[in-house]
Design a binder for this molecule. Structure first.
Ligand SMILES: [Zn+2]
Length: 267
């Protein structure tokens, strides 16, 4: 049986998993991200996880290849940069391939997630979406766009980076990209929290330190917490509506930790 190695490189952890051809999870591991030690060390960590997981595989199983998602723009086999990792241009696919001995495909993490979700939707009985908008809401706001069956990578490998669409707001919130008031500075977990706490403080209500506590207030029917969430969803919806009207997708997928927080805020 053929088995594939999936790798998710994040700013905090590097996760890896072995999956079969149906996408079923066989094994998973994670290690703390040590980006300051460099990409070769990370590739060794990934190879070590793969080797460790392979030990428990039945004899007839073979790991045939690896697919890695990285938090930055990817062109071909090169990670062009990753702010979260403090890396510039990095030959990451080559390093993973050398360490693990597995043929390796490298993609931007949101692009990889979009392809995975698209594939999973088909495997659950649907048709493979030819045109798809994928948004991920978490610490940041990411995204990916598939048009006519292909990922839209763009001229600078930054296609689908919906988090940096101008929000139309003017609070001068500084984005990680260097611009002001990008969608991410409002529609991410931190952005939502900032919006809520601004409202709370203005109305002499105690601030909340986490999104979990904010959603507790929403559940309890708190007017200001609900307004912060509604305003955030409105900003996000306007941005997504602009893209939907541009690319005419048959499917929109919203993922990431914030999309399911406190019940289902995004419906
Ligand atoms: Zn930005």
């Amino acid at each position: 049986m053929d088995v594939a190695l999936g790798i998710d490189i994040g700013g905090t952890t590097v996760k890896s998993a072995l999956v079969d051809r149906t996408g079923a999870l066989i094994q998973k591991r994670s290690v703390r991200t040590e980006s300051s030690a460099g990409h070769v060390k990370m590739a060794h960590d990934i190879a070590a996880m793969a080797k460790d997981m392979s030990k428990d595989l039945p004899d007839r199983c073979t790991v045939v290849g690896a697919g890695a998602g990285a938090p930055g723009p990817v062109e071909g086999r090169m990670l062009l940069g990753a702010v979260n990792l403090g890396w510039g241009e990095t030959p990451l696919a080559q390093a993973i391939e050398r360490s693990s001995g597995l043929p390796t495909v490298l993609l931007n993490d949101a692009n990889a997630a979009a392809l995975g979700e698209r594939w999973a939707a088909r495997s659950h009985g649907g048709d493979l979406a030819e045109n798809l908008l994928f948004a991920t809401l978490g610490t940041g706001v990411g995204g990916a766009i598939i048009v006519n069956g292909s990922l839209l990578n763009g001229a600078h490998a930054c296609g689908g980076e919906i988090g940096h669409i101008p929000s139309g707001k003017s609070e001068k919130r500084v984005c990680g990209c260097g611009n002001l008031d990008c969608l991410e500075t409002y529609a991410s977990a931190n952005g939502l929290l900032a919006t809520a706490n601004n409202l709370f403080v203005t109305n002499q209500v105690s601030a909340v330190p986490t999104c979990e506590e904010l959603f507790e207030r929403v559940k309890a029917g708190d007017r200001l917490a609900t307004k912060a969430l509604d305003d955030t969803i409105d900003l996000l919806a306007r941005a997504l509506a602009g893209i939907i009207n541009t690319i005419d997708p048959e499917m929109v997928i919203i993922g990431g930790g914030l999309s399911a927080a406190g019940g289902t805020p995004i419906r």
